[in-house]
Design a protein around this ligand. Sequence first.
Ligand code: NAD
Length: 375
Amino acid sequence: MTYAEHFAKIIEDQIARVERLKSSPAMPDFSAMDKIVIGTIDGDGIGPIIMDSCRSILEKLLADEIAAGKIELRKIDGLTLENRIAKMETVPADVLAAIKECDLLLKGPTTTPGKGDDLPNIESANVTLRRELDLFANVRPVVIPEKNIDWIFYRENTEGEYALGSRVIYINDDISIDFKVTTTIGTTRLARAAFEYAKNNGNKNVSIVTKANIMKKTDGKFLSLCYDVARDYPDIKTDDWYVDIMAANLVNDQINSNFNVVILPNLYGDIITDEAAQLQGGVGTAGSANIGSRYAMFEAIHGSAPRMMEEGIGEYANPASINRAAVMMLRHIGMTDSAARLEAALDAAQEALDMPGDGTGNTAAEFTDFVLGRL
Ligand code: NAD
């Protein structure tokens, strides 16, 4: 295939994707469903440790709903690096089929081999799942009460620099080119979700983050589409920032409590939300939701922490992250009382326990016992 043919194919695929998006299904009405199936996936590294914690906590918290058949926790095996490499599939077909039979997913982190890992070049399972399940919004709350900080980030999850994964054009050893994709439908539905959240939570301020002065076509489009959506919410104060100054704003105590809802394209959202989570107390404390119109996936914001496993201190992984994600999941399906109970128990655990993740302090098992004791 020539460069021109390869490039034409990429463009045709994106046009076809946008046409598919136009017929996306409506979000399910969880309150009207007889049964909600929650798939649980261990993942790699510390994944099985934190997922065991989350499963046993949910089994106690939702014991009545599980006994009545309203909720099923269904373990899905096979989303491990070993199995993915053995099959040379980013998400093996049988695993993807099992995932699609669930309504929601709680997922442990999965390892993506990097350059120099001496492993086959296999794409990120998350990027594939977000694309396959069309999980367009990555939602990450960060709350720091003592600084009056109450942020929630809406990161675009399927486009930008991540849209094409490894399908880039290899030119030669001297030149590398990646692609960035912004679509009207992809941006508008994300902005709509963020403004709806802002409206339903007391007209919080909305800030749009881009680098539209440099990435004029893609970020410029993202920015102007977000302002188009903002016109439908005249009571909400909306402003915009370049990503570099936003990174500084978050650590500027003079102004950081002014921000509430933040909308970002994919790559900037990836970076800024880790910075924000660190301010909250580390990536081990933060959960996130990946919301689509048919499916939703909830996970920790951190990765599989391979170094913790290599050093033999995996049992010290903090399971707060995935359990915070479970709180978001319960709210997503309208189980607000259960969500509040779990959140209170997690707040108490965070207050009482010391989990730096360096092999000192409390273990994941102690964390789980503490939370189970509070439920
Ligand atoms: P990481 O998030 O795994 O680790 C970053 C740091 O945070 C490390 O010091 C680690 O020890 C610490 N940490 C992470 N989770 C913790 C927890 N629960 N408790 C205490 N400390 C914790 O980031 P990384 O090393 O850049 O990535 C490792 C692998 O994870 C890579 O293969 C990456 O691609 C993958 N990853 C997966 C996901 C996902 O599946 N959603 C997200 C990010 C990274």
